[in-house]
Design a binder for this molecule. Structure first.
Ligand code: CP
Length: 305
């Protein structure tokens, strides 16, 4: 397909080769030997309606390393402020012969809507509470590098799952690849309805972490909560924060992951985030490689079409 809108419905036969390509880009990044002609003559526009550090920067680096012209549209200084709609904004960028449109938006489904209206390949860089596909792909690549497989693992995804597009994409990918996913958190943030996604649900950290191969922590997404329902940081950490004592219930050398941005002392103890079990910085590194693979693959399928 021409776009990457989500991981729901993707098969292992589609996921594994993408991760293989990303792994090869990870090695080329390390040796500073990336071929600069893969995206030569292509134009990539980053269109972010929500804040970002990692995703926007890594798409920019990925595009530039492969030779594309990359534009970061500053939505805050754009004509969106003068009332231009999302679709008219996209049509305007489309008329400039854009090849790749990387979109982050607070509304679930916004990138899919754009994909129906533009000629460019659309990449979902996070839409509302729906999906964040490149995040789950970079998480998967990081796990595969350390544990050698994505099948047969037990992955505990802990915290504010209800508001998390990262969790949803990870659930789709990891269950598709044959791993068991446990969702761990208070019932307000891990509602039992999520069980329909084929996951186990735990409302107690100790039960959820016991024997896990991977512990993935999530930020409290206060911006998606109504103000009366935001838990206090201190209470939250007491019951659902990842500290050393709780991490020791997981398998020895279990991986500690976090998509970022991280709130130290709220969902994760600072020393655990910086411990030898943490692969949080490697996740960021793999983010560039995964996005290079996605941009390469999408433009290749477009050339072939
Ligand atoms: N993980 C993630 O999407 O981070 P940013 O919001 O900084 O892009």
């Amino acid at each position: 397909t021409r776009h990457l809108l989500g991981l729901e419905g993707m098969t292992p036969d589609q996921i594994e080769p993408l991760l293989d390509l990303a792994e090869s880009y990870a090695l080329l990044n390390r040796s500073r030997k990336v071929p600069r002609d893969v995206l030569r003559g292509r134009t990539l526009i980053n269109l972010f309606f929500e804040d970002s550090t990692r995703t926007r920067t890594s798409f920019e680096l990925a595009g530039r390393r492969l030779g594309a012209d990359v534009i970061n549209m500053s939505v805050a200084q754009s004509s969106v402020n003068k009332g231009e709609t999302l679709l008219d904004t996209a049509a305007t960028l489309n008329a400039m012969q854009t090849d790749l449109l990387v979109v982050r938006h607070s509304q679930s489904g916004a990138p899919a809507l754009l994909a129906r209206k533009v000629d460019a390949c659309v990449v979902n860089a996070g839409d509302g509470m729906h999906e964040h596909p490149t995040q789950a792909l970079l998480d998967a690549l990081t796990i595969r590098r350390h544990l050698g497989t994505l099948g047969g693992l037990t992955v505990a995804i802990c915290g504010d799952v209800a508001h998390s597009r990262v969790a949803r994409s990870n659930i789709h990918l990891l269950t598709t690849m044959g791993s068991t996913v446990r969702l761990v958190g208070p019932s307000t943030l891990v509602p039992s309805a999520l069980g329909r996604l084929g996951v186990d649900i735990h409302h107690n950290m100790e039960d959820g972490l016991r024997g896990a191969d991977v512990v993935m922590m999530l930020r409290l997404q206060r911006e998606r909560m109504s103000s009366g329902l935001v838990p206090s940081a201190r209470e939250y950490f007491r019951f659902f924060g990842l500290d050393r004592r709780r991490l020791d219930l997981a398998r020895p050398n279990a991986l500690v992951m976090h998509p970022g941005p991280m709130n130290r002392g709220v969902e994760i103890e600072s020393s655990v985030a910086d411990s030898s079990q943490s692969v949080i910085q490697e996740q960021v590194e793999m983010g560039v490689a995964v996005r290079m693979a996605v941009l390469d693959r999408l433009t290749r399928s477009r050339r072939a079409a």
